[in-house]
Design a protein around this ligand. Structure first.
Ligand code: ADP
Length: 174
């Protein structure tokens, strides 16, 4: 029997979440950026950036491809690991939803390899990368529900603003 984790929604700041894995909506450089990425590096301290630089040098000279995920230390954050994933930039002309789903799936796969029980996600690609919130919420919730997740017990979506929280809530209830 496959055990499904509990899905929870929180309105708040992901850098304050106590959990095993905290997912970062990174960019492919892995060297920091704005939005949630900036907040994670600011609050987590220089250890995370140092680990990202090492990963760039050892494995991702051309950057982390869109849809993939990789783990580092969580530095000073109240988590064990940060899993960095690169969301797709939203496009009017091209359907990139498989790449967005891949971010959630790959992050969960990495978390599961790390034997994480609790994972917190932001709403990947819905900020600077422009993905419409409704669709971003549908892809996030559907993908997480479908993924085979042992030993995860909780997947938490941490929505930074009230609108994102409301949209995720509507999709979860539907
Ligand atoms: P992307 O480039 O993938 O769009 P952003 O960081 O710009 O990444 O935005 C992704 C989502 O994260 C947006 O919904 C944004 O409001 C949200 N966000 C920004 N800061 C935080 C934070 N500290 N905690 C949780 N979510 C955040």
């Amino acid at each position: 029997m496959t055990t499904r984790p509990t899905l929870t929604l929180v309105h708040g700041d992901i850098t304050e979440q106590h959990c095993d894995v905290l997912v970062n909506a990174a960019n492919s450089s892995l060297l920091g950026g704005g939005g949630v990425d900036g907040a994670i590096h600011r609050r987590g301290g220089p250890e995370i950036l140092a680990a990202c630089r090492d990963l760039r040098a050892s494995h991702y000279g051309k950057g982390l491809p869109t849809g993939q995920a990789v783990a580092t230390t969580a530095g000073r954050l109240p988590a064990q690991y940060v899993v960095h994933t690169v969301g797709p930039v939203w496009s009017r002309t091209e359907d990139r939803s498989a790449l967005l789903a891949s971010c959630y799936r790959e992050s969960l796969r990495v978390a599961s390899e790390l034997e994480a029980r609790t994972v917190a996600f932001p709403a990947i690609s819905t900020g600077i990368y422009g993905w419409p919130l409704d669709d971003g919420a549908r892809i996030a919730l559907r993908t997480v529900r479908e993924a085979a997740l042992a030993p995860l017990t909780e997947v938490r979506f941490v929505l930074f603003d009230q609108e994102a929280y409301a949209r995720f809530h509507e999709v979860l209830k539907a």
